[in-house]
Design a protein around this ligand. Structure first.
Ligand code: HEC
Ligand code: HEC
Length: 156
């Protein structure tokens, strides 16, 4: 009797654990972002989800804002400290989330290349997430809101 109930309990725990991880994996909702973040870092491109890059990557981005991919995106010290704290507190820790280049592009992290390949839609850049993730500005990267441009297929 004891043995059976233990087995049932174990089986139920496994089912519950499985459900929880499926929900998390299929969700991909990183918003809503705080206004101070989406205003400063979402005017030229969408505010990128802090969870999808490591602390080291975000530190590189904030340190280099004066020369930010050919543009000056610098902000005053209190604002940049506040944003850096937000990014670091929500940063990912897994190795696949680490930047692979000195520029710390989120589109060059291992996970990104694995999910997207390296060939964006013709004449476009992957940095414009809204091409496919229609609700990316709100931090929603769920499959529901995904709509890839005609003719584009994830390559290698
Ligand atoms: C004045 C415009 C502007 C502002 C403001 C701005 N960026 Fe950018 N950002 C750019 C441009 C331009 C690129 C390069 C896009 C490309 O190469 O397709 C870029 C690229 C990036 C990338 C790399 C995207 C990739 O291709 O992987 C990250 C990460 C990033 N920005 C973070 C930030 C953060 C964090 C802030 C706020 C502190 C910010 N940006 C504010 C213009 C801006
Ligand atoms: C050209 C279309 C396209 C662009 C642009 C694009 N994505 Fe995606 N993204 C996809 C596709 C397709 C998938 C895979 C969906 C799947 O396999 O279920 C995906 C998956 C994802 C996922 C889920 C990954 C996982 O672990 O399951 C995230 C998060 C994501 N993209 C973030 C981004 C971010 C951030 C940007 C911009 C820097 C971006 N994407 C730009 C098409 C795109």
């Amino acid at each position: 009797m004891m043995k059976i109930s233990t087995t049932i309990f174990t089986a139920m725990s496994l089912v519950l654990a499985g459900m929880a991880s499926t929900a998390a994996a299929g969700d991909h909702s990183y918003g809503p972002y705080p206004a101070y973040y989406s205003e400063e870092c979402g005017s030229c491109h969408v505010p990128y989800p802090p969870q999808r890059m490591t602390q080291a990557g975000w530190e590189i981005q904030i340190k280099g804002l004066k020369q930010h991919f050919g543009t000056d995106a610098s902000i005053d010290a209190p604002a940049s400290q506040k944003i850096l704290a937000y990014l670091v507190n929500n940063a990912g820790v897994k190795e696949k989330l680490a930047p692979t280049e000195a520029t710390a592009r989120i589109t060059r992290t291992h996970w990104f290349v694995k999910e997207h390949g390296t060939v964006p839609p013709k004449g476009k850049a992957f940095s414009d997430c809204t091409q496919c993730h229609t609700q990316a500005a709100q931090g929603d990267y769920s499959e529901r809101s995904l709509k890839t441009p005609a003719g584009w297929r994830r390559g290698s």
